[in-house]
Design a protein around this ligand. Structure first.
Ligand code: SF4
Ligand code: SF4
Length: 298
């Protein structure tokens, strides 16, 4: 149920010769507006505890690290209470408030200090499995109640919504119905984003349904939406400083402009986690992340 939608069954079946030493629970919800995982930690702490016990059994008893950002003290308290009497090597790791913090590679480095090599390497190659807290709660429901994954919590927010809420809704619920449940639109939205403001994508209609990875639905008024024209790169280097993966986003975007996918690959575009940090700080308003996404998809 994390952003990438990577199948849990694969994570829970390490290939021969690989062993899970650390199970990392990702409770670091670092994108602006999104609070769905936060609510799951508050309201489904018992399910997360059971999900961890089930996963530890499947994975052969790894140590557990529960990663939560420091600006969520209620969630930290809820997890401390839920795991107070659990046996074994289980720790809550309070992370600094940073963006991006939720990608698997960053979680692993922040919690256990290990570095996942370049693709196709996976977290299990450094002895780790990372699961979103919502997934862990869903595992408890799947095993204890035999329930398939039918629903998830989605944050509906933005200044164009009458009453922002977190909603537990069946997958496939129309966006329009989520907005209606929040009292409708306060003003006509200038932009609708499925997901968060940094990694989500704009949608042109509310007549589509949620999926297992729909973490948020944001309706933003004109005053919150920055309209700009993209210009030429001025080689300022800001995107290089911003990139959490140590890439050269300017080089990638220029390669895509030149339709030179090989050059983008040589610049390690496949390592891009699509965090949007490069585009966010670019003074020329270049759509670097979208270009990296386009190159990675080819
Ligand atoms: S931040 Fe924008 S203008 Fe500056 S180097 Fe990167 S792409 Fe070029
Ligand atoms: S979106 Fe930009 S900043 Fe983020 S990983 Fe990709 S190239 Fe780096």
């Amino acid at each position: 149920m994390g952003g990438a939608g990577f199948p849990t069954s694969v994570k829970l079946n390490p290939p021969p010769g690989k062993r899970c030493e650390y199970l990392v629970l990702n409770g670091a919800e670092c994108e602006p507006y999104l609070t769905a995982d936060f609510r799951v930690m508050l309201e489904r702490a018992d399910r997360i505890r059971l999900g961890v016990e089930i996963m530890r059994k499947i994975l052969g008893g790894p140590a557990v690290r529960i990663a939560i950002e420091a600006n969520k003290p209620e969630a930290i308290a809820a997890m401390e209470k839920a795991f107070a009497d659990i046996e074994g090597n289980v720790e809550i790791v309070v992370l600094p408030v940073l963006y991006p913090q939720g990608s698997e590679k960053h979680q692993i480095f922040a919690t256990v200090g290990r570095v996942v090599p370049e693709p196709p390497a996976l977290p299990i190659d450094v002895g780790c499995v990372v699961e979103n807290v919502g997934t862990v709660a869903a595992i408890a429901d799947a095993v204890e109640k035999g329930e398939p994954l039918l629903e998830r919590v989605t944050t509906v927010s933005g200044d164009a919504v009458v009453e922002p809420k977190n909603i537990l809704a069946p997958s496939g619920t129309k966006y329009a119905d989520l907005v209606a449940f929040c009292g409708g639109e306060k003003v006509a939205p200038a932009k609708v984003i499925s997901g968060g403001t940094m990694m989500g994508f704009a949608v042109s209609t509310l007549e589509i349904g949620t999926t297992k990875t729909t973490s948020g639905l944001l309706l933003l008024s004109k005053k919150k939406v920055f309209q700009y024209a993209s210009g030429a790169c001025i080689n300022c280097g800001r995107c290089l400083r911003a990139c959490p993966m140590g890439l050269n986003p300017a080089l990638i975007s220029k390669a895509v402009d030149a339709n030179d996918i090989k050059a983008a690959e040589d610049a390690s575009v496949m390592d891009c986690i699509e965090c949007g940090a490069c585009s966010f700080g670019c003074p020329a308003y270049r759509t670097i992340t979208a270009k990296a996404q386009a190159a990675a998809a080819k």
